[in-house]
Design a protein around this ligand. Sequence first.
Ligand code: CA
Length: 449
Amino acid sequence: MSRKNLALSRRKFVLTASATAMSSILLKGCLGNPPEDKPAVSGSPTVAAGSAVKAGEEPEVKTAKLGYLPIVESAPLIIASAKGFFAKYGMTDVKVEKQANWGAARDNVKIGSGGGGIDGGQWQMPMPYLITEGIITDGAKIPMYILCQLNTQGNGIAIANKHKGKNVGLKADPKYFADLKASGNRFKAAYTFPKANQDFWIRYWLAGNGIDPDSEVDLLTVPASQTVADMKRGAMDAFSTGDPWPYRIVADDIGFISALTSELWQAHPEEYFAVRQDWADKHPKATKALLKAIMEAQQWCDDFRNRKEMTAILAQREYFGVPEKVLEEPLMGKYNLGERTIDDQQQSVLYWKDKRGSVSYPYQSHDLWFLTESHRWNFLDKGQYESAKALISKVNREDIWKQCAQEIGVPASDIPSDKSRGIEEFFDGVKFDPANPEAYLSSLKIKRV
Ligand code: CA
């Protein structure tokens, strides 16, 4: 097949095939096998050739097992592996391992690599705190260190087509949701893991529109990989997750996107890189080597000239296993939301810098927002909230980030001097001042505290 025909057939394929059919065809190798006329993507350490390991900095081990989910948040981990950044810092045998879902990632970090699991990886917030406190690990307290933020933005809220034209956009009409409830068809919305980012985004969007997420809609947990199929068969009205899943809803004509998370909260904190504290304390040099490699990968990912190659790498079967087409446009900030379009690189997923400054630096004020939001919905009661807040300076190791930034030559102007990013503002005009989280909680109309 010529390259042109292949591109055409692939486009047609993406636009018409259902998600389920898509994966089965991919498995049969129709598009999954690398075509002869497609340039091979190098997985070898070409970019990062040459060692950056200085005398005395040799890592204690050359290996680590890091988990990831096949969504754009994981790109820095995958790129650090595929482009040789881990190897450049002496970590020549890092395994990045795809996790079936967030629950599997949690279970794997609980047992650690020694038990056949993982040492750390990609996390939604505040999972590292919930794991540290034993709240989602059956009481087993596994202390974690947050080392950097992996990304901002790149997530969206997908809505089934039957709600098109019903004022279910960034601004949504509470009466429409109330009418659905009254007619016995309560709006069903899904997230990929309860009490973490996606749950917060969908709740924030609803509550910001005056819709109580606990009484006006049904919220449920669905793994990201099932969201497209579930919406197609009518099992849900909305879901919140990272690309490529929201995009596929539009590409497959199953639904539309009401809002990008960049519209709910510009430059919002999204997912994080965190590892088990016992692993990091035992291997402090290897920990820094991993972080330096990820920070370099984040800079690489943020250069839009690299995004085509990044798309090709992420699309590979061993990583996301999706056609490049479904990643290509969102990664360039081109969003067909169904009811409208956006063409703005600054609204796409960003990994290193955004309009508020550093993406990678883990602001402790953001950890505080996630914990405060957890308290807002009573995911953490008052005692758990206070206890988790007291852990921020132990779990969030922004000090290690700063050391690494200096050692890899990040300009001083790109290294935040304050652990707080200051006041945050949301799409509904609500403000969060990290110096006064109580005032934020008081200002909210819909809450469980
Ligand atoms: Ca996410």
